[in-house]
Ligand binder design. Structure first.
Ligand SMILES: Cc1cc2nc3c(=O)[nH]c(=O)nc-3n(C[C@H](O)[C@H](O)[C@H](O)COP(=O)(O)OP(=O)(O)OC[C@H]3O[C@@H](n4cnc5c(N)ncnc54)[C@H](O)[C@@H]3O)c2cc1C
Length: 245
């Protein structure tokens, strides 16, 4: 039986950071009784058109950080997104959580497959695994449209330097739209069978897939085709995003 420790609280914006031209991260204060597992999500309520509107966000910071949680949003043209984009330190919001069963198995080697903003729960899990020195091998495969749109590039490189059990593979789906593709040394194209089957002992590991629903469904089908068992695969679909956004 899993104990639910969901709570609702008023939170203060502590920090806002532009991660890429389209992505912003936010630090929200948390009360002492708030705790979560890597990588659960919260529901963030913002005042939109005079009413409270709620959306889900994975927590992109590790549970080991105290006093705040980080969420990271791909900005869009929606009214909710505009309100979120205009948040500044000191503003108040309402948060409820944590929720979700997209949890890190602390004992098994992992292959994490992220589409764009789907990196958020993996940043949480990888920071946690690194801080706790978990003895598991992690391969993160991160697919983005262009190199400029890769969120947390510096943090991810620093984590790779700190954690000898972590390997990060980038793939770019729209190299023609990049201003700097000439320098790009990683793979191009979507996450595919070649990338996955080149990972050592890929048939034995636990898979985590996160991103827009279409990406999650496509990659899940690809894993099943490769002979990976359903029980080895955990899915987190970011409903609200469609296609190759
Ligand atoms: C478990 C879970 C975890 C999640 N974690 C994250 C996360 O970590 N980060 C994250 O970014 N998202 C996350 N999501 C998705 C998130 O909850 C939102 O659904 C998503 O951010 C889209 O919300 P939105 O308000 O930007 O767009 P929506 O209102 O859902 O609109 C969808 C599309 O329509 C367009 N649109 C909407 N209104 C207008 C308008 N008035 N004019 C023009 N275009 C418009 C938008 O540009 C957008 O492309 C998560 C979802 C789930 C279920």
């Amino acid at each position: 039986m899993i104990k639910l420790n969901t709570t609702e609280f008023e939170s203060k914006v502590l920090r806002v950071r532009q991660e890429t031209p389209e992505i912003k991260s936010f630090h929200f204060s948390t009360p002492p009784e708030f705790s979560f597992k890597p990588a659960q999500h919260i529901v963030l309520e913002l005042p939109v058109g005079g009413k409270g509107q709620k959306k889900s966000f994975s927590i992109s910071s590790s549970p080991i950080t105290n006093g705040y949680l980080e969420t990271t949003k791909r900005m869009s043209q929606s009214e909710y997104s505009k309100v979120m984009c205009s948040l500044k330190p000191g503003d108040k919001v309402r948060i409820k959580g944590p929720y979700g069963m997209f949890l890190l198995d602390e004992k098994r080697d992992a292959i994490m497959l992220a589409g764009g903003i789907g990196i958020t729960p993996f940043k949480n899990m990888i920071e946690y695994a690194t801080e706790k020195k978990l003895p598991i091998n992690i391969t993160l495969v991160l697919s983005n449209k262009t190199p400029e749109e890769i969120p947390f590039m510096e943090e991810l490189s620093a984590l790779e330097g700190k954690n000898k059990n972590l390997k990060i593979v980038h793939t770019i789906t729209r190299p023609q739209e990049s201003k700097s593709t000439g320098n790009w040394k990683g793979s191009t194209g979507r996450i595919n069978k070649e990338i996955i089957s080149s990972i050592e002992r890929f048939k034995e590991k636990i898979y985590y897939i996160c991103g827009p629903p279409s990406m999650v469904n496509e990659v899940n089908a690809l894993l099943l085709d490769l002979g990976i068992k359903k029980e080895q695969i955990k899915l987190e679909r970011f409903t609200g995003y469609n296609g190759d956004e």
